[in-house]
Design a protein. Structure first.
Ligand code: ACO
Length: 315
């Protein structure tokens, strides 16, 4: 399997740290040094499904592929306005494809998990071309009265088109159930029979626990793959890490003992866009012409669950 096209879309509304301090007890002086975030793109009048379809169209155009050539669409999404149908089915209709569709919820690691599912389909000989779309609106999951959480996130959609090839060198997936560290709950429709207590709770996060897990999991996943493939950290040309927090990225970089130039980032201008973060970064770097054929890329992400994953691929 190999990536032959990428695309991404961001909402037009930009919210700076100073704008947040107009209604929250926070400041750029607190947010930037702790997170590396200066501003983020946040949904206003856009619909997530439209952004997802647009990212998909851009990736298909980049790949020079028609929607009818797709054999599978995998969409990674934590939450959107539709409970059902799946976002992948909505995207399928919007872009004019007719293949099977599958949604996954693997939190911020969704792109890596989607790559693993796609790779399995290629290895089983079930597909020739696959579209992955990661579309997320975490700004709608947080309470905008909770300064410890809402300042961290931004929205967006990223997509990748895959075709046959042997460019995926290895994928490592991990999970460790810790459901009290990062979660959101919602109340479903009532029935005449429900007697249990239920409540809607916006995204809750034990920040320092998430921080420690993120560094350990990402560092461990990447090291596992390097060892398995007989590679050294120096052999990787580019590390594309989940854009949650600059200090997390720097801690993983310290562990790998690699120069900052190998770690492109957009967290400063995007915030954490959950599973969309990796494919958006991939698309932006690709469109800047940063990757040369034969370059080795390591992608790694972590999120609620806890769940994490890494992939090493040849561009
Ligand atoms: N502005 C000002 N003060 C704040 C803010 C804010 N936005 N947020 C919290 N504070 C205050 C707290 O209330 C606390 O005040 P107190 O000491 O009076 O009680 C103080 O700052 C310190 O709070 P901590 O939570 O201890 O701050 P910490 O140094 O741990 O930084 C942070 C918080 C940035 C969230 C850090 O823990 C972190 O980066 N964690 C990882 C979070 C993350 O990346 N989550 C997403 C990953 S998973 C996924 O992608 C879904």
């Amino acid at each position: 399997m190999k990536i032959i096209g990428t695309g991404s879309v961001l909402p037009k509304k930009i919210v700076t740290n100073d704008m947040l301090s107009e209604f929250l007890d926070t400041s750029d002086a607190w947010i930037y040094p702790r997170t590396g975030i200066k501003y983020r793109h946040v949904i206003s009048d856009e619909k997530l499904e439209d952004m997802a379809a647009e990212a998909a169209r851009k990736a298909l155009e980049d790949a020079g592929m028609k929607p009818e050539e797709l054999d599978l669409i995998i969409c990674s999404n934590v939450v959107n306005e539709y409970i059902t149908p799946s976002l992948s089915c909505i995207i399928q209709g919007a872009i004019g494809a007719s293949c099977p569709c599958l949604d996954i919820n693997c939190a911020c690691a969704g792109f890596i998990y989607a790559l693993d599912i796609a790779e399995s389909h290629f290895q089983a000989g079930k597909v020739k071309n696959v579209l992955i779309v990661c579309a997320e609106e975490p700004s709608r999951m947080t309470s905008w009265k909770d300064r410890s959480v809402c300042v961290l996130f931004g929205d967006g959609a990223g997509a990748a088109v895959l075709t046959a090839g042997d460019n995926i060198k290895g994928i490592k997936l991990s999970a460790a159930s810790a459901t009290d560290k990062l979660y959101q709950k919602r109340v479903l429709e009532p029935t005449p029979y429900i007697t249990k207590e239920e409540e809607s709770i916006p995204l809750q996060m034990k920040g320092q626990d998430v921080f420690k897990f993120a560094v350990k999991a990402s560092s461990g996943d990447i090291k596992f793959l390097l060892d398995k493939l007989g590679l050294k950290a120096d052999d990787v040309n580019w590390y594309l890490l989940h854009q949650a927090n600059m200090r997390i990225i720097n801690s993983i970089r310290d562990f790998l003992d690699q120069p900052a130039e190998k770690f492109p980032t957009n967290v400063e201008s995007h915030g954490n866009s959950s599973s969309a973060s990796c494919p958006i970064l991939l698309d932006e770097c690709s469109k800047k012409g940063m990757f040369k054929p034969g370059d080795i890329l390591a992608l790694s992400a972590f999120g609620a669950g806890f769940i994490s994953g890494a992939v090493i691929l040849e561009w």
